[in-house]
Write a protein that binds this ligand. Structure first.
Ligand SMILES: Cc1cc2nc3c(=O)[nH]c(=O)nc-3n(C[C@H](O)[C@H](O)[C@H](O)COP(=O)(O)OP(=O)(O)OC[C@H]3O[C@@H](n4cnc5c(N)ncnc54)[C@H](O)[C@@H]3O)c2cc1C
Length: 368
């Protein structure tokens, strides 16, 4: 009899977990997703963790290993440039000392993370050469290992891949009973292992089990533009100082974003004020942008914990239920590694969680 693994949530964590589990013919895997507010579908798509100033070593390990998994998964599933490409990242700084410090940091980090690739300082004119769209470039540091990913297409492709093997997908919201019973619109479903990869929605989902998860939602918005001019596949992502990121995808899609809006709960309304603000950010970099070129404003909900770190692993009193949440603003980067770790645990019953996350109990409290 095959083991039944059920995943709730088909964002990056759920999709990557399903992808890894699809290699195991002894499993039947089912995924449920409500399909609302998903961070993965509405993300900007920058994969470039190496120059982060964050001091959390576990987070850095996770982000570094997550970034390194992309080329592997993309190769194995034959995804094209419109989904993922290592076109490089340029981080700009006005102050020459800051630029130099960034350059040294990149070289230092490269010793442990060769995926950073080639590192170069660029003059403003050289930055413009690499990203011809820019009309107001600043000098910057280029790293060739930086990448952009279309999170929506990436997760979609992984789910399709897994569906051809052992995955069945259902749309709809699920809830849990007080003992972790899985309640769907078609009644209670049994499982051997349940994986709650529900991003910002972990807290409401766990409440019936009298567990309060340390997860709060944060609203993020970005704009997508379709420009009249086209550019090659190799245009890097720009991470400017104090401005929104500027992400030229293949052909003529440009993304500018994203916002970090606290205290908005699970609100998914597009705000025209924010849209104007994002457009103004883009305009500072490319003065030829036109508002009519905005094709979409995307809104997603990120999950944050009090210490801004993701957490994942089995529930303390129930090893058959795994949780993963709190991926924050770098979840496209850390998500693949989290999915891989969860899948390995399902298959082997073992995992070196401590290398990547504090114990799950640090992020859970008993409800009164
Ligand atoms: C605007 C924006 C820009 C971003 N840009 C970047 C970036 O450039 N680089 C980067 O690394 N990260 C970025 N992120 C962060 C990243 O997108 C997230 O951290 C990551 O996608 C979270 O993945 P997840 O699988 O944990 O959750 P999600 O992708 O949110 O998926 C959770 C899924 O679970 C479903 N669900 C929840 N509850 C239930 C239920 N009860 N029943 C059924 N389904 C349920 C939801 O509907 C959702 O589809 C960005 C995020 C946003 C919002």
């Amino acid at each position: 009899m095959k083991k039944q693994v059920t995943i709730i949530g088909s964002g990056i964590v759920g999709a990557v977990t399903a992808y890894y589990l699809s290699a195991d013919p002894t499993l039947d895997v089912t995924i449920y997703d409500e399909g609302i507010g998903q961070a993965t579908k509405n993300s900007a798509g920058i994969i470039s963790p190496w120059l982060s100033k964050r001091r959390n070593k576990r987070w850095y390990q996770l982000a570094k290993d997550g970034a390194a998994l992309y080329p592997e998964i993309v190769d194995a599933t034959q995804m094209g440039y419109s989904v993922y490409q290592q076109a490089g990242t340029i981080v700009t700084r006005e102050n020459p000392d800051d630029l130099q410090a960034l350059y040294y940091l990149a070289n230092e980090r490269k010793q442990q993370a060769p995926q950073i690739g080639h590192i170069e300082t660029l003059t403003a004119a050289e930055v413009q050469d690499r990203i011809p769209l820019l009309t107001n470039p600043q000098p910057g540091v280029f790293i060739s290992g930086g990448a952009r990913v279309d999170g929506d297409k990436f997760a979609h492709n992984l789910l399709k891949y897994a569906e051809e093997r052992n995955l069945v997908r259902h749309k709809g919201k699920v809830t849990l009973g007080d003992q972790g019973q899985l309640l769907t619109t078609h009644g209670q479903q049994s499982y051997d292992t349940l994986i709650l990869a529900v991003g910002a929605w972990l807290k409401p989902l766990l409440l019936p089990m009298k567990l309060v998860a340390d997860v709060r939602p944060q609203k993020g918005q970005l704009i997508e533009l379709q420009l009249p001019e086209t550019w090659g596949d190799n245009v890097p992502v720009l991470m400017p100082e104090g401005e929104r990121d500027f992400i030229p995808f293949t052909r003529n899609k440009l993304v500018v974003g994203a916002t970090h809006e606290d205290d908005m709960g699970y609100d998914l309304q597009v705000s025209s004020l924010i849209e104007d603000d994002l457009f103004a950010s883009g305009l500072k970099l490319d003065q030829d942008l036109n508002k009519d070129e905005i094709t979409q404003v995307k809104v997603g909900t990120r999950a944050y914990t009090r210490d801004f770190a993701p957490f994942f692993g089995p529930l303390p009193d129930n090893p058959h239920i795994l949780v993963a949440s709190g991926l924050g603003s770098s979840g496209l980067t850390t998500g693949p590694m989290i999915g891989k770790l969860l899948a390995e645990y399902v298959q082997t019953g073992q995992q070196d969680w401590a290398r990547y996350t504090k114990p799950v109990e640090n992020y859970l409290e008993e409800a009164d």
